[in-house]
Design a protein around this ligand. Structure first.
Ligand code: NDP
Length: 341
């Protein structure tokens, strides 16, 4: 698909052209064409195969100047190379942004994890897009964010919010591997069925329609030991007040607040924290950058052993990046949201 006009290669890219106000809209992005430079020694030209749309793009955008090319991960194929280590056909994964083609020198290492480019690991028969999901950043967020912070023990009762998404669906399955009882909250009845019938969650609820307090009481009559929180807001208030003494909370995200334009009443955290002596810790995944290989190879092994099932929701066509991003924020995805270029 490489577009070559007058011997120069051009890329299509989405630029952040207007600040978000609430849920992102199409006019927050503009589709532009960029002429790419000629390759220098060490450079490769790569073409996006799969691109990631992730919740973090919404809060992180607060720090991006207008005119920034939208940031994000992609799996890309080398289509021209002046680098022996990355011959034509090599697959790369990294934060190349919302763009179809990129000229880079993958040998130049950046200190900024948002600029890191690496060779896609050997994935056997799996689709390369898993490098953006279960065998990539979201997989590692589930692996390290849950195991290192919640420190689950067999028979612990674990609650996961955002349970049918990229990270949450993996956390619940890791918790089952560790011998825990797992309760998930997600936003549609179909997601609830998927969690209970296919992923092995012990119970799941649709947080949009269930009574939070009585659902927790019914599914966890003896209280909750670990909470992996992807969403924040009222659901998290309910879970915290149902925790057992010395419960552990891993705060991964707060998606229920990302598009919130109305001043939010601060949910009352302190009483549960004090009287139940809870430990609550937020994390950013790059805390474990130096252990990424460990996380990815464990996730890959569990997938290949059939212990973890993965699902991705693919949107076709690079032009549909904004739509896929909006759909994901509205809950349209089961598992990881991916755009196939
Ligand atoms: P998901 O695949 O879970 O997609 C987002 C999901 O959020 C939607 O499918 C939707 O599902 C749910 N959602 C949207 N609005 C609300 C709401 N108001 N209340 C509750 N749920 C809502 O995304 P990821 O797995 O990639 O990310 C999950 C969370 O983890 C995010 O908060 C993200 O920011 C965070 N994260 C943090 C990282 C870190 O380093 N700390 C790394 C990666 C992710 P539903 O139908 O259930 O509503």
């Amino acid at each position: 698909h490489t577009s070559i006009v007058n011997n120069t290669v051009s890329a299509k890219k989405f630029v952040f052209s207007k600040r978000f106000n609430g849920l992102p809209q199409h006019d927050n992005f503009s589709l532009e064409v960029e002429e790419l430079p000629e390759l220098k020694a060490g450079d490769v030209l790569c073409e996006a195969l799969y691109l990631s749309v992730d919740p973090y793009m919404r809060p992180y955008s607060l720090g991006w100047p207008l005119g920034t090319t939208m940031k994000g991960g992609q799996v890309a194929k080398v289509v021209e190379s002046k680098n022996d280590k990355f011959p034509i056909g090599s697959l790369l994964v990294g934060y190349l942004g919302w763009r179809t083609h990129t000229v880079i020198n993958p040998d130049i290492k950046s200190k900024n994890f948002m600029e890191e480019i690496t060779q896609l690991p050997e994935l056997g028969s799996l689709c390369p897009s898993v490098g953006l999901g279960a065998v990539g950043m979201p997989g590692n967020s589930a692996y390290f964010g849950f195991l290192e912070i919640c420190k689950p023990k067999p028979n612990d009762v674990v609650v996961v919010s955002g349970a049918a998404g990229a990270v949450g669906s993996l956390v619940g399955q890791i918790a089952k591997i560790k011998g825990c009882r797992v309760i998930g909250f997600a936003g549609t009845n179909d997601k609830v069925k998927w969690l209970e019938n296919e992923l092995g969650f012990d119970r799941a609820f649709n947080y949009k329609v269930c009574d939070l307090k009585s659902s927790l009481k019914e599914a966890a009559p003896n209280g909750v030991d670990c909470y992996f929180d992807n969403v924040g807001g009222p659901l998290s208030v309910a879970v915290r007040s149902h925790m057992n003494d010395f419960g552990r909370i891993s705060v991964c995200g707060a998606i229920s607040l990302y598009n919130d334009t109305t001043p939010t009443l601060v949910p009352c955290v302190e009483p549960a924290m004090v009287f139940k002596q809870l430990k609550m810790e937020g994390f950013l995944i790059h805390r474990w950058t130096n252990r990424f290989q460990e996380g990815m190879s464990q996730m890959l092994t569990w997938i290949q052993e059939g212990k973890i099932k993965i699902k991705e929701t693919h949107t076709e066509g690079f032009e549909n990046m904004p739509q896929a991003f909006i759909d994901m924020l509205k809950g349209g995805n089961l598992g990881k949201a991916i755009v196939k270029a």
